[in-house]
Design a protein around this ligand. Structure first.
Ligand SMILES: *Cc1c(COP(=O)(O)O)cnc(C)c1O
Length: 394
């Protein structure tokens, strides 16, 4: 099909993963080739060389959030980090303080790890969110009891992009003396985070959401007796005994480089994305005046747009925008499954959720791709007779 431009497809799924930055690949190459040693081999040069990669990257990853290198544990990704935080706290504190508080719109891996508390017979509070996708801080405060060990609230939601008030949540957790974990896979390197100022005790990070390689991530852990975690992977005592298994110097080096770049270019990148996002929203609004943005319009990550086209047939909409790599929700929620639980949690009906698209933009997005997305979606909307009615009110 010829839409007048050279672009025939556009990647707009930056919340599911991001392309590897070429500077990251360059940082990884030595550890995939000549510097192949095992960082745990303390007896020779090959081991030392690889260990340097870990040391450098630990500094780089920590620095972005104002942390010390020794608070960073490398592991396979945010899924593992979330599992380690939730299950590690459960194993240490479960008998004494058997209550966990989390949120209905968390990533599946947090929700599933939370279920492991319930399986042990402990209590989990799944806080609801409002129409704007955010929790009610008063409700969070009221939910904390003397039995609460941990509060786990994600920083930026992967489907609707809303940013939770980490500062306020951290202050509340500190006041109530409960531990605070945040899944920052969508936030780290994109919005300013300061672990000390925000009283964050644990934070999950994923490299492939920040233009780094897949298969690597980290858990930040504040060092104190309260934040001790029971390791979930036992073996050779790597990563200070918290996560056994031979470390992956190439992946770690790439992760470190990706973190460094995000830290250095955060403000500039945010500005570039903001300009493109404003254009995207304006273009879509013109084609579909009835379009509604899902989630809070103020407190949101600028690289995420989740929009509902009320009254349109979602299946047809998706079929008609083929060529545009967008999502109906999280990567795991494919066309064969039901509507997104996150969109349901903010009060959308089944059909409203199904006629919603998630558009993610990022470092490699071009103006041409924004135009392609606008024209593709405009055509698809026009094919169904337009979208001008208000489907529901905020
Ligand atoms: C991608 C993502 C994860 C999972 O991260 P992996 O590194 O792929 O395991 C967890 N939480 C959120 C919010 C995410 O966006």
């Amino acid at each position: 099909m010829d839409d007048g431009s050279l672009i025939q497809s556009a990647y707009m799924d930056y919340q599911s993963t991001t392309p590897l930055d070429e500077r990251v690949l360059a940082a990884m190459m030595p550890y995939l080739t000549t510097k192949f040693g095992n960082p745990h081999s303390a007896e020779h040069r090959f081991g030392w060389e690889a260990e340097v990669a870990l040391d450098v990257a630990r500094e780089q990853v920590a620095k972005v959030v104002g942390a010390q290198a020794e608070t960073i544990t490398f592991l396979s990704g945010a899924t593992e980090a979330n599992n380690l935080a939730l299950k590690g706290v459960l194993d240490v504190w479960g008998e004494k303080q058997p209550h966990l508080i989390t949120v209905a719109t968390e990533h599946k891996c947090v929700l599933e790890a939370a279920v492991s508390w319930e399986r042990r017979g402990f209590n989990v509070t799944f806080l609801p969110v409002g129409r704007n996708g955010l929790i009610d801080l008063k409700q969070l405060k009221a939910s904390i009891t003397s039995e609460t060990a941990l509060v786990s609230v994600m920083a930026v939601n992967n489907e609707i992009g809303v940013i939770h008030p980490l500062h306020e949540i951290g202050a509340l957790c500190r006041e109530k003396e409960v531990l605070f974990h945040t899944d920052a896979a969508q936030a780290y390197g994109k919005i300013p985070i300061a672990v000390d100022k925000m009283n964050i005790d644990f934070m999950s990070i994923s490299a492939h959401k920040i233009y780094g390689p897949k298969g690597i991530g980290a858990l930040y852990r504040r060092r104190s007796h309260k934040t001790a975690l029971e390791p979930q992977m036992l073996g050779g005592g790597q990563e200070g005994g918290l996560r056994a298994g031979t470390q992956a110097p190439a992946l770690v080096a790439g992760f470190g480089k990706a973190a460094q770049i995000c830290g250095q270019e955060m403000a500039q990148e945010e500005g570039r994305l903001r300009t493109m996002m404003i254009r995207l929203i304006a273009g879509l609004k013109k084609a579909a005046p009835g379009m509604i943005i899902n989630g809070d319009t103020g407190s949101r990550w600028i690289g995420n747009l989740n929009v509902c086209f009320p009254g349109l047939d979602g299946d047809r909409l998706f079929a008609d925008v083929r060529g545009l790599a967008v999502s109906s929700g999280a990567a795991c929620a494919s066309a064969t499954t039901g509507p997104s639980y996150v969109l349901e949690a903010i009060g959308l009906s089944d059909s409203e959720a199904k006629s919603s698209l998630r558009l993610g933009i990022g470092r490699q997005t071009t103006d041409g791709e924004i135009d392609y997305a606008i024209s593709k979606i405009s055509e698809a909307v026009a094919k169904q007779g337009g979208c001008s009615k208000e489907g529901f009110t905020k």
